[in-house]
Design a protein around this ligand. Structure first.
Ligand SMILES: *Cc1c(COP(=O)(O)O)cnc(C)c1O
Length: 385
């Protein structure tokens, strides 16, 4: 039986043609398509600068390097996220302070950030990394105020939220326009909203940060204006975090489809809202903040497995037998052996409550109309509702 995965890329003939075209060109890596992709991406999200890089993890690392985060300084990351959100702080020898999340939305909130700020201690706090989990936007204005008062900036880890819009007041904003943050990072891993295989992007409105991102992406090299044509200088060692021309060609082709992908994801999410409503209260969709109008990357539901007389493992396996793939987003990062060893046992009850109940159901543009009903019906059967 074919399994509906929890996420999947949509690659079409013209995407393939765009890659073939790039392969026939003069540049396989640093070529004109890199800049074309960056320009189109910046325009799409409403940012002044976009810097393409190897993947979403490299994007986070570059953000830490651009801010010159120093060893021993502190970075706050939520515990419910992918490993990379926390790991990027360790790449620059900074210490991670884990923030709790709201148990029903999975998001860092002003309350959970305020609690984390109390745990920073004597360290200098440099950055707070909220995650727009599954595609729903966090409360950026309030998080930015709290971070700013503590002497830090926001870096949005936004791989889930390409296309998400929000309105905190009367103004419509876009994830990635970085009105409240120093930078936002994106990933083009195949399950994300657009795919390049591996790929990432950082957006910023600050030209100095953009320049540092570009420098650290390419070995820390700079070419002073008016210098000899072969000349380059390295003020500090950077990395090879470039995104090749070939993948930028794929990214450009995919980005042009974002309106269609987004519309399809919104339609599928709406179909889930309706199909899952009769399964409440045993199955609830993750809480949507009032300001958020998401393009969902993940369809996260919360299930009280114990109350349903079952376990998540049994549900996952029974769904799989019915052709429904699922995933858990995420195991709390503070529970990872590395972080346990480093910071001891932390009590983050919101993260634990989210983790105990969360399950991500299939969501991707290539799903057929009937798939949502099949997933909902399978869930109803499996939970004996
Ligand atoms: C996917 C993802 C990353 C890492 O992106 P890669 O491209 O896989 O390196 C980081 N943070 C979050 C929240 C992600 O979903």
């Amino acid at each position: 039986m074919a399994i509906l995965p929890y996420g999947r890329q949509t690659i079409e003939d013209d995407d393939i043609a765009a890659v073939v075209e790039a392969l026939k060109g003069d540049f396989l890596t640093t070529g004109p398509t890199v800049e074309a992709f960056e320009t189109a991406f910046a325009e799409t999200v409403g940012a002044r600068h976009a810097v393409a890089c190897a993947n979403g993890t490299a994007a986070l690392h570059l953000a830490m390097l651009a801010l010159k985060v120093q060893p021993g300084e502190a970075v706050i990351a939520p515990s419910i996220t992918f490993l990379a959100t926390a790991n990027c702080a360790r790449y620059v020898d900074a210490e991670v302070v884990f923030a709790d999340v709201d148990p029903d939305s999975g998001l860092m909130t002003p309350e959970t950030l305020a609690q984390a700020l109390e745990r920073v201690g004597e360290r200098k706090l440099r950055a707070v990394l909220p995650v727009h989990l599954r595609g729903d936007a966090v409360n950026l204005p309030e998080l930015a105020t709290l971070a700013g008062d503590a002497g830090a900036v926001l870096v949005e880890d936004a791989p889930h939220a390409l296309g998400t819009t929000m309105s905190y007041g009367n103004v419509a904003e876009r994830v990635g326009d970085v009105r409240h943050s120093a930078m936002a990072t994106f990933s083009f891993h195949p399950v994300k909203t657009i795919a390049t295989g591996e790929g990432g992007m950082v957006t910023t409105n600050d030209p100095a940060l953009a320049e540092r991102l570009r420098m650290m992406r390419t070995h820390g090299m700079v070419r002073p204006e008016g210098a000899d044509p072969w000349w380059y200088e390295m003020p500090e060692p950077g990395f090879n975090y470039r995104l090749p021309d070939i993948l930028c060609a794929l990214g450009l082709s995919q980005l042009a489809k974002l309106p269609r992908f987004a519309a399809r994801r919104r339609a599928l999410a709406k179909a889930y809202d309706e199909a899952l409503a009769p399964l409440a209260p045993a199955v609830r969709i993750a809480t949507r903040p009032a300001w958020s109008d998401p393009v969902l990357h993940l369809m996260c539901v919360l299930i009280d497995f114990e109350a349903a007389g079952t376990t998540r493992r049994a549900v996952v396996e029974a769904l799989r037998e019915r052709g429904v793939g699922t995933q858990v987003h995420y195991i709390p990062v503070h529970r990872q052996p590395y972080y346990r060893d480093r910071y001891g046992e932390l009590e983050l009850p919101g993260a634990e409550a989210w983790y105990a109940r969360c399950l991500s159901l299939p969501l991707y543009p290539g799903m057929a109309d009937g798939d949502v009903a099949h997933v909902a019906e399978s869930l109803r059967e499996v939970l004996g509702l």
